[in-house]
Design a protein around this ligand. Structure first.
Ligand code: HEC
Ligand code: HEC
Length: 219
């Protein structure tokens, strides 16, 4: 598993991998969007309604609103990948399918540049569980669970690399995080390179998903 993880990590961080995973789609992933234009477009196209004017979502962590992902300080290339995959149906979500179809790739890049330029999402340091902390920072080799921090960076704040396709998760909305981990585990979401997030989530128990969600959303 360790080899697989390092190979994937290297791949995820290199341009060749990005190029390889975007062939046959429009290979414009590395083009930068315009954050100023994206600010206006994200308002006109209603993105701010659900994701918040500064990308920090709706605030409340209870109720359906909490399931809107925070986009503040998220990596632009990761966001553009998601928008394209909502559009193609590779990542399933009824609302985001409609939203992703309502904009083109240039809009997606500009909007992603705007949300990426906002202050990185921040948690309130609430879920301090030793078990979650250990899985996050060390993993569990006996059960083939790699440390989340290897790919998602210290405190889940991401690894700063060009063409970054591994998302910031530290400080993300907890309901959104929980839904994603459950969706990776059930296979409902399966758009990670090499199915890496499905293999990892399959090892996690309900209890661990709950503790990890609490911990990561607090970072
Ligand atoms: C009606 C509410 C709503 C609107 C409007 C909306 N979104 Fe979303 N968005 C969501 C929800 C809910 C999710 C989480 C989907 C899931 O659970 O997989 C999401 C997820 C996303 C993600 C993935 C985040 C991640 O961390 O993987 C991106 C990127 C995104 N939206 C961009 C946009 C853009 C760009 C627009 C405007 C064109 C937009 N959204 C408009 C509700 C909305
Ligand atoms: C080998 C690298 C790697 C490791 C290790 C890893 N992840 Fe991921 N993770 C990814 C990638 C890549 C994605 C984005 C997949 C895609 O393109 O949609 C992702 C996506 C996610 C998401 C969805 C975020 C969003 O905004 O939608 C969550 C939640 C997540 N990972 C949690 C974890 C947790 C918890 C661990 C540790 C138990 C972990 N990951 C370990 C690579 C990794």
């Amino acid at each position: 598993m360790k080899c697989v993880v390092s190979a994937l990590l290297l791949c995820l961080l290199s341009y060749t991998c990005v190029a390889a995973t975007t062939t046959n789609k429009t290979s414009t992933q590395s083009l930068q969007g315009d954050a100023q234009v994206g600010k206006i477009k994200s308002e006109d196209n209603r993105c701010q309604e659900c994701h918040g004017p500064d990308g920090n979502g709706q605030g409340p962590t209870t109720g359906a609103a909490g399931k809107f992902a925070k986009l503040a300080g998220q990596y632009p290339d990761y966001m553009v990948k998601q928008i394209r995959e909502f559009r193609s149906g590779e990542r399933k979500h009824d609302l985001m399918l409609i939203m992703a179809k309502s904009i083109d790739d240039t809009d997606a890049r500009d909007i992603a540049a705007y949300f990426a330029s906002q202050k990185k999402m921040q948690g309130d340091a609430s879920g301090d569980s030793t078990k979650a902390k250990t899985i996050f920072n060390v993993g569990d080799a006996d059960r083939n669970i790699p440390a989340c921090a290897t790919c998602h960076g210290t405190n889940g704040k991401g690894l700063d690399a060009p063409q970054q396709l591994i998302p910031v998760i530290g400080g993300q909305e907890w309901r959104y995080l929980e839904k994603q981990l459950l969706d990776w585990r059930s296979g409902e979401r399966k758009n990670s390179t090499g199915g890496i997030m499905n293999s990892i989530a399959k090892q996690l128990t309900d209890d661990e998903i709950h503790l990890l969600t609490d911990y990561i959303s607090g970072l």
